[in-house]
Design a protein around this ligand. Structure first.
Ligand code: NPQ
Ligand code: MG
Length: 360
């Protein structure tokens, strides 16, 4: 999937998205899951060809050997395989989607959604110059996004944030994401961001620096939010107990699926920790599921749940659109509530593989 414009973060620049989709076919319905792994292992250790390999060689065989099962049992069946949470999440979502479609229930209703639309934030990549950044933010604010997240990295932090705050005023909901690009030695620089009244600073330090995030949090007024560090509800419980974060970015792929994502939501809600739904440049399939999750009651901050055209000139599903209030609609139909448009999917498909289930 070609991106409308290159997306630069502290770990690299991407101009296309190589997406692994999983389709589960039963006599009554099709189910879809989207794997959020990138082409290269730069955000986390997973990457799309590795995910395809583990799905093909280890995950599907275990699932098929387990026989008939409910979606709630998928994670336990796959649990002996270490890691590979993005691959597991995609497979679990495909099974959950087909199960829900067979029953005529939406993913939102199943997960416990309490809203029929959710406010949409937008994630803005690192630009070559501050004037270019201001133009891009102006366009997104003009489109109606209710919250702006700026990607930061050493050398692209205080000045761009100051420029956006000065140009767009104190009412703009603004936050930053470092994708693990700093160390505790940068605390003085990061504390300068306190002047700009940010909603949060996301993943300033390395993913395995929980203790150091707790130290940093004591030095900042801006709330620390964790993304890469939180791979499970257990990680979230540890981070909260340590004081490593006051906010959690929930990405279902990163934590092994929508059911684990819901457990993190429940845990955070019980501890008064705010959560919001992250994004991984999903197509309409993964986007539909994220928007359903973001409709749960604990999602009290706008997510990276942008409209399809933030990333794609042509999505593989009917596109998600921003409404007049800067919200996206939670799909109401069975399962994900959206499906791939056959011609568009076919035009974008580079390869397919089928694994027939054993005859019973
Ligand atoms: C984040 N996402 O919150 C990520 C990181 C990210 C919307 O900021 C290709 C595929 C490129 C996935 C770049 C947003 C990506 C990607 C960045 C995910 O940290
Ligand atoms: Mg992030």
């Amino acid at each position: 999937m070609p991106l409308r414009s290159p997306f630069r973060t502290s770990f690299g620049v991407e101009s296309e998205r190589d997406v692994l989709l999983i389709r589960v076919v039963t006599p009554d319905a099709d189910g879809w899951g989207e794997c959020v792994a990138m082409s290269q292992p730069l955000y986390s250790s997973e990457y799309v060809d590795g995910a395809a390999d583990v799905v093909r060689r280890f995950l599907i065989p275990r699932l098929l050997a387990a026989g008939e099962l409910d979606p709630q049992q998928v994670a336990a069946v796959l649990e002996p395989v270490k890691g590979h949470r993005m691959a597991k999440a995609a497979l679990e979502l495909a099974v959950l989607d087909v199960w829900l479609r067979e029953r005529g229930e939406s993913l939102g209703a199943y997960l416990g959604a309490v809203r029929d639309r959710v406010p949409a934030g937008v994630s803005v990549g690192i630009m070559d110059t501050v004037p270019e950044l201001l133009d891009v933010v102006r366009d997104f604010v003009g489109q109606g996004y209710v919250r702006v997240k700026l990607k930061i990295a050493p050398g692209w932090d205080v000045e761009p944030v100051r420029a956006v705050r000065e140009r767009f005023g104190d009412d703009l909901l603004l936050q930053v994401d470092a994708n693990a690009a700093y160390t505790l030695a940068d605390a003085t620089t990061l504390a300068r961001l306190d002047a700009f009244d940010l909603l949060l600073i996301e993943q300033p330090l390395a993913e395995d620096d929980l203790r150091q995030h707790a130290e940093l949090a004591k030095l900042l007024r801006t709330p620390v939010c964790l993304d890469e560090s939180i791979e499970s509800a257990k990680d979230a419980a540890d981070a909260i107990a340590l004081g490593a974060c006051r906010i959690v970015n929930i990405k279902p792929g990163r934590v092994g699926g929508y059911l684990e994502a819901r457990r993190i939501h429940d845990l955070c809600q019980a501890h008064g920790v705010a959560v919001w739904c992250g994004g991984m440049l999903e197509t309409g399939l993964g986007r539909a599921a994220n928007i359903a999750l973001a409709a749960l009651p604990g999602f009290s901050l706008p997510g990276d749940t942008s409209a399809s055209d933030r990333y794609y000139a042509e999505d593989i599903t009917e596109p998600f659109l921003l409404d007049a209030d800067g919200c996206v609609a939670v799909p109401a139909g069975p399962g994900l509530g959206v499906e791939p448009v056959p011609d568009i999917l076919a035009a974008r498909t580079t390869s397919t593989e089928w694994r027939p289930a054993p005859n019973k």
